[in-house]
Design a protein around this ligand. Structure first.
Ligand SMILES: [Zn+2]
Length: 410
């Protein structure tokens, strides 16, 4: 059995000192006072020290690994202009480039303490991301982006071909590696997807019980396009098509009125909140407090490449700052929840990950406690002062993915 030891552990009800997490295969079998519980088990391996802080693995609920090569290009752009640059890259991207991007992105995710994520990849070469996630050991939800209208050459797909390829990828990858790998059906957004494609996406999601994820209500021009073409907003249109539901995760959700928030709550649809990207593309600030008040599950997303790194420390701080811009106070403990258990709820994995509890999957990170001074409020320090250099060890599904800041690459 593996013992993960720390001077402190962040538990759902608070901080425990001098604690150990006992891991058997992929699951947490016990958590408690280190000297007491380590006697009860046959420990064969141990990580951590009295200076370590044990924390749940972070969850990035929205990113585009293949856009890692385009980081920095969002400067001064808004969504629809920026997409033209992104699509040029994605349209010309080779299989080797896709594989390299996935590897770079996923190694960076690990070094930032992220253990679970949702990745949009692109229209082509989605399997490269699955192969890399499979090898590196991350808990990955990955989808092939679907685009069958208003799209440039290299990305524009035939509707039926897009659905066929999606189904092929679901059969090959969904639920593999003991459930560590999942497929997400991923229409890009309303502008680039016909209703025929969206109807097919809903059919496949029901048939294979997979997540659907897409972008919605991100940019005001996109919302205006939706209103002109659908004669209603995307949220209302998606509801009519049967897209909204407990397996659906919408990225952004900035331009929402009370009725739309109510519809998200009623249908149990989740939101991936990406404050860094929203600032970079000047999209606006999402009504996170109102969503949470209405019990909509909200996770945090880096949305790389619109944002430039996978730090959930950054996103927690930006979530607080962007609510301040709206004149609201967002508690740092709630920001921490968005990056952990809130993100797990948003991606449908709250029974397995997002908090450190007996019986859950062993997805956890160790932070360097020497950097946390003072230690009167460890969660506040993590949220306001943390960065990737604090992350020393990363464990996912009971496997050590990074030790002493070195990512194990198979
Ligand atoms: Zn995105």
């Amino acid at each position: 059995m593996l013992e993960v030891y720390g001077g402190w552990i962040v538990l759902p009800y608070g901080i425990m000192k001098d604690a150990s997490v006992i891991v058997e295969k992929d699951r947490i079998v016990d958590i408690g006072n280190a000297p007491k519980i380590r006697k009860k088990y046959k420990i064969t391996r141990s990580v951590g020290s009295k200076n370590s802080i044990i924390c749940p693995g972070f969850i990035d609920s929205h990113l585009h690994s293949y856009q890692i090569a385009t980081r920095g290009l969002a400067a001064g752009k808004t969504l629809l202009d920026w997409l033209k640059i992104i699509w040029k890259w994605e349209g010309n991207m080779t299989k080797k480039q896709a594989s390299d991007c996935a590897r770079l992105a996923y190694v960076e995710l690990i070094s930032n303490g992220v253990t679970s994520f949702v990745d949009y990849t692109s229209v082509r070469h989605t399997e490269e991301a699955f192969k890399v996630a499979s090898k590196l050991g991350l808990r990955a939800t990955i989808g092939k982006t679907m685009m069958d209208r208003n799209s440039p050459p290299g990305l524009l797909e035939d509707t039926m071909e897009s659905l066929r390829e999606t189904e092929r990828l679901i059969k090959k990858w969904h639920g593999k590696k003991g459930g560590r790998l999942r497929y997400a059906i991923t229409p890009r957004f309303g502008i680039t997807c016909t209703d025929q494609l969206l109807n097919g996406a809903v059919r496949l999601a029901k048939k294979y019980n997979t997540m659907i994820t897409t972008h919605a209500h991100e940019n005001i021009k996109e919302v205006e396009w939706d209103k002109k073409n659908y004669k209603k907003t995307a949220i209302a249109h998606f509801h009519e098509l049967g897209i909204l539901g407990k397996n659906t995760l919408l990225a952004h959700g900035i331009w929402l009125n009370d009725d739309e928030i109510g519809l998200l709550a009623k249908t149990k649809t989740s939101i991936a909140h990406c404050p860094g990207s929203n600032m970079a593309l000047k999209s606006g600030h999402a009504p996170v407090l109102e969503l949470l008040k209405n019990r909509v599950a909200v996770g945090l997303g880096s949305d790389v490449g619109a944002y430039h790194n996978f730090s959930m420390f950054d996103q927690m701080r930006l979530a607080i700052l962007t609510q301040k811009k709206r004149g609201k106070i967002f508690d740092y403990k709630d920001a921490f929840k968005l990056a952990t258990i809130g993100g797990a709820k948003a991606i449908g994995l709250e029974k397995e990950v997002g908090s450190l509890e007996k019986g859950k999957k062993a997805d956890l990170v160790l932070l360097d406690g020497k950097k946390i001074v003072p230690k009167n409020d460890i969660v506040a320090q993590i949220v306001f002062c943390g960065d990737s250099s604090w992350v020393t060890e990363v464990i996912c599904d009971g496997r050590i993915l990074m030790k002493n800041r070195v990512v194990k690459q198979n």
